[in-house]
Write a protein that binds this ligand. Structure first.
Ligand code: CMP
Length: 139
């Protein structure tokens, strides 16, 4: 099935000028970037986006990190896009990420892990709606 997923190129990656390198690997994996913009989130936006993690010990650090600089938010479309992008990203912790994955190549730590991708169809729908209007997505 053709699906859409939500992706973020995180501040650690934009700071190292990796947007193009990451986009090349996304496109090489067969995913189409059907919406994309570079933004900087407010703390309020980051807290809302990551609301499911608010009881976690790393929540404050997560909000700080995600608002520390520009991010590139994207909608990716393709066959099994949600699972396919998670496979391309690799494990949250770069020390556990497999060879060839984005996080193995680029991530610095669990917190500074270069990319985010939706973990389910429900998350994808919610995360896309929080970041894009329907008009901004051109498939
Ligand atoms: P992400 O896919 O954006 O969703 C939640 C984020 O929390 C995750 O990527 C990590 O960057 C971050 N995270 C998870 N575990 C930790 C941790 N132990 N310390 C700091 N950040 C974490």
């Amino acid at each position: 099935t053709i699906e859409r997923t939500f992706s973020i190129i995180k501040p650690d990656a934009t700071a190292r000028n990796l947007t193009g390198a990451i986009n090349t690997l996304i496109e090489n994996a067969g995913l189409r970037i059907v919406a994309q913009k570079r933004v900087r989130w407010t703390k309020t936006q980051a807290r809302e986006f990551y609301a499911e993690h608010k009881a976690r010990p790393f929540f404050a650090e997560l909000v700080e990190t995600m608002t520390s600089g520009p991010i590139v938010v994207q909608v990716l479309e393709g066959e099994d896009a949600i699972a396919s992008y998670r496979a391309l990203m690799g494990a949250t912790d770069p020390a556990e990420a497999k060879r060839g994955t984005l996080r193995k190549r680029f991530a610095e730590s669990k917190g500074q892990n270069s990319v985010h991708g939706s973990d389910s169809a429900a998350s994808a729908k919610r995360e896309i709606a929080l970041n894009f209007t329907t008009k901004e997505i051109v498939g």
